[in-house]
Design a protein around this ligand. Structure first.
Ligand code: KIV
Length: 283
């Protein structure tokens, strides 16, 4: 059985911290699921850390479906949330419903995530009314990076803080089961978390959130183009991979790989016969 949205909401009521990680492929999802992390986000951050784009803006529905299917195949118990990519839920309610249902029906996700507050609350309400759980995402919203003018902490002035609170309230009232707060000052994130009765999942939003999310490639030290201030590297996988690949390269060049244990035998007589036929053919 997979984790339900009710279970996630109960965790907030019980004061249990909620962990969420991104995953984009079968193997990583399997490890995260086996560890017992209850929420896996197939984030459109895959645009940066898997596909090598500068932002999440070029990510398409087809990209999201491809990776969501792999993560669903790799997990048994986590609730899998698929990100709706840039401009796949803004144009109309029909557009938002159609793309949300694709992530659920074709991708196999159990919930969708979308970025925005008051401006997309009508879309959230309609998606939820169709029976699809929605996770909100406010604060720094990467799909609006051009509008926001870069990776910037959000909600620093009274006006901006009030807007974030209004956004959180609107998303909650529209029926979302949880909200990501990204790059929000810690005291403001705490205040929002105490003001709404659905879980807040922070990334760069301090300890007062009900849960935390990180990009798996960041915490593993796999993505090294830049290291966000809000991440902690629990490993340096890129270094480990580089050493292993260097060893492999050297072994192939100097003939140390493969050895007999990596090879498959055949009856000597077969090769002897091939040799004989070759030499008969040459004469
Ligand atoms: O796309 C993503 O990975 C996200 C998280 C950073 C919350 O939206």
């Amino acid at each position: 059985m997979r984790t339900s949205i009710n279970h996630i909401k109960e965790m907030k009521q019980k004061g249990e911290k909620i962990a969420m990680l991104t995953a984009y492929d079968y193997t990583t999802a399997k490890i995260i699921d086996q560890v017992g992390i209850p929420l896996i986000l197939v984030g459109d951050s895959l645009g940066n850390v898997v596909l090598g784009y500068e932002s999440t803006i070029p990510v398409t529905m087809e990209d999201m479906l491809h990776h969501t299917k792999a993560v669903v195949r790799g997990s048994n118990t986590a609730l899998v949330i698929g990100d709706l990519p840039f401009m796949t839920y803004h144009i109309s309610i029909e557009n938002a419903l159609c793309n949300s249902s694709r992530l659920i029906q074709e991708g196999g996700a159990q919930a969708v995530k979308l970025e925005g507050g008051v401006n997309i609350a009508d879309k959230v309400r309609n998606i939820v009314e169709c029976g699809i759980p929605v996770m909100g995402h406010i604060g720094f919203t990467p799909q609006s990076i051009n509008q926001l003018g870069g990776f910037k902490v959000q909600g620093k002035t009274l006006e901006a803080a009030q807007k974030l609170l209004d956004d959180a309230m609107a998303i909650k009232s529209a029926g979302a089961f949880a909200i990501v707060l990204e790059m929000v000052p810690a005291p403001l994130a705490s205040f929002i978390s105490q003001s709404i009765d659905i879980p807040t999942i922070g990334i760069g939003a301090g300890t007062g959130c009900d849960g935390q999310v990180q990009v798996v490639s960041d915490i593993l030290g796999l993505f090294t183009d830049f290291v966000p201030k809000h991440t902690r590297q629990y490993a340096k996988i890129a270094n480990i991979m580089s050493s292993a690949i260097t060893e492999y390269y050297k072994d192939v060049k100097n003939g140390n790989f493969p050895t007999d244990i990596h090879s498959f035998p055949i009856e000597q007589s077969v090769i002897a016969e091939l040799r004989k036929q070759q030499s008969d053919g040459n004469n």
